[in-house]
Write a protein that binds this ligand. Structure first.
Ligand code: GLU
Length: 513
């Protein structure tokens, strides 16, 4: 089986197209076939090399490699349509010669008038066929004389074109509704339907898997295969990916490109796994499977023909699964851009900072939907300000309670002569001393400790957070990590401010306002 993914490099890779690429990849893998990547860049105005590069980068990021095509090469190239113009010219000449195609000289205004007249008469607005019967010699003379012309396919009259779609079953179009399509524009550039058939034909493609938006092109393409005397490939048209309102997923719905999902901190294995689940199920009781396992179970006939809705909550659920499974060093690498942007890793981390990150980032990643949320989970490590805690009306009031005050003071005292709390045992030992000195236990003990050490009423488990704070505080200047205030300094500073406010008789510097 030979399959291809044929993106137009006119923008980012949309998740709908990424799903098309994925289903092609799965089918190629499943069948032991070949997948090729062809770039459809005949629209010179809209195609850019940046977009082509970005599409390739996104495909590689998702783990979708191709066996033949741009970058990797192969025996059926070139794989960029802009490099195949000579091939299209020769094939157009062949169709003119065999009279399957003809030159059309109709002006845009004539075509428009015909279209309006057809609509007014209740007929399908298709090309009226004015130039079908111009003798080839006469047409050639007009072209010679410089008259602009397009080349059209001569669609047979009164025929049905049927194909068995691998997803949708038999599909039939009557040629009645198919106007003679333009194959070559007046500037000599090939139209999509023409280039795609020449390429798929010459590249030996045996199955075309693409978006449903192309289904009405398929009968035109089949007629072109007939004109060339080639056997058409099999076709599979995938339903489009919809937004929550059941209209095609677009910018209006927010994030739509692979690059944007990457930038939000979704893992590639999560995105591809999720995309595979839109309109298809691997069966069995586990749908969270790596690419190779999905490929082993893939069956294009089991893909649903009804539209699939893109559900970011489900994507987040899949991502959480893969975040928990990911290796610490990889999580750190992938989180670094987000941590840098937050100011938490201002310089490239050295070995000690990396060791800290490999401890803290997986802990943080275990409780987020995506990596962009990791800095927020580490905020309590990097961002502490005792004065701000005291200025917070709710926190200050909590700390002003006698029992809480006793805990805070005992904590500051206990920490004053304690080593750094570099693991949970050391933290628990301190908590036990504070319990003893303050006489508080349970929430009455741990809540004030949390507020005193983190400046927040809630957050990650103290058992994890406290050692993370103190181990970061140990790191020397220039480690790569932003400076972190240790637990001892936090508790001391807070106790000092509380002591001051006790002597001035109000709970905190700004609590009165
Ligand atoms: N370049 C076309 C697109 O991106 C390819 C369609 C096809 O697969 O035939 O829509």
């Amino acid at each position: 089986m030979r399959l291809r993914f044929a993106p137009s490099p006119t923008g980012h890779l949309h998740v709908g197209n990424a799903r098309t690429a994925l289903f092609n990849w799965l089918m190629a893998r499943q069948s032991g076939g070949t997948l090729l990547l062809r770039i459809e860049d005949t629209d010179a105005e809209r195609s850019t090399p940046e977009s082509e590069r970005a599409i390739q980068e996104d495909l590689r990021w998702m783990g979708l490699s191709w066996d033949e095509g741009v970058e990797v090469g192969g025996t059926h190239g070139p794989y960029r349509q802009s490099e195949r113009l000579e091939i299209y010219r020769a094939h157009a000449a062949q169709l003119l010669e065999s009279r399957h195609a003809y030159r059309c000289f109709c002006a845009a205004s004539t075509l428009e008038a015909d279209r309006k007249a057809a609509l007014a008469a209740g007929r399908p607005p298709k090309y009226a066929g004015r130039c079908r019967d111009i003798a080839p010699e006469a047409a050639a003379r007009r072209v010679e004389a410089g008259e602009p012309a397009v080349i059209r396919l001569r669609v047979p009259v009164g025929r049905e074109v049927t194909f068995v779609d691998l997803v949708r079953g038999p599909v039939t179009f009557h040629t009645e509704v198919i106007g003679d399509p333009v194959l070559v524009r007046s500037d000599g550039s090939p139209a999509y339907n023409f280039a795609v058939v020449v390429d798929d034909g010459l590249m030996g493609i045996t199955a075309v898997v693409r978006g449903e938006d192309h289904i009405s092109n398929t009968p035109r393409q089949i007629l072109l295969y007939e004109a060339f005397g080639w056997t058409p490939p099999r076709f599979a048209h995938l339903s489009l990916v919809m937004g929550p309102d059941h209209t095609p997923l677009s910018k209006r719905h927010g994030v739509t490109s692979v690059a944007e999902f990457k930038a939000k901190g979704y893992l590639p294995e999560a995105l591809v796994n999720y995309l595979a689940l839109i309109g298809w199920s691997p069966g069995g009781d586990d749908e969270l499977l790596p690419l190779e396992a999905l490929a082993a179970r893939f069956d294009i006939a089991a893909v649903s023909h009804s539209a699939g809705v893109f559900d970011e909550d489900k994507l987040a659920w899949v991502n959480r699964h893969y975040l928990k499974a990911a290796a610490p060093a990889r999580l750190v690498d992938l989180s670094l851009p987000f941590l840098e942007a937050a100011g938490y890793v201002p310089e490239p981390p050295g070995a000690e900072a990396r060791a800290w990150l490999e401890m803290a980032v997986p802990q943080a990643a275990a409780s987020v939907d995506r990596l962009a949320q990791v800095p927020e989970r580490l905020r309590l490590v990097f961002d502490f300000d005792a004065a701000r805690t005291c200025a917070d009306a709710v926190l200050a009031q909590e700390l002003a309670e006698p029992a809480a005050r006793a805990v805070t003071m005992a904590l500051a005292e206990a920490l004053a002569d304690a080593p750094r709390l570099s693991d949970r045992e050391q933290f628990r030992a301190i908590a036990a001393r504070v319990k003893e000195r303050s006489g508080q236990k349970g929430r009455a003990l741990f809540h004030p400790i949390r507020v005193a050490l983190t400046g927040a009423a809630e957050g990650p488990e103290l058992d994890l957070l406290v050692p993370a704070i103190d181990r970061a505080a140990e790191l020397p200047e220039g480690s790569g990590l932003a400076r972190v205030m240790g637990c001892r300094e936090r508790a001391t500073e807070l106790a000092r401010l509380l002591g001051q406010s006790a002597s001035t008789g109000h709970p905190g510097p700004r609590a009165q306002s």
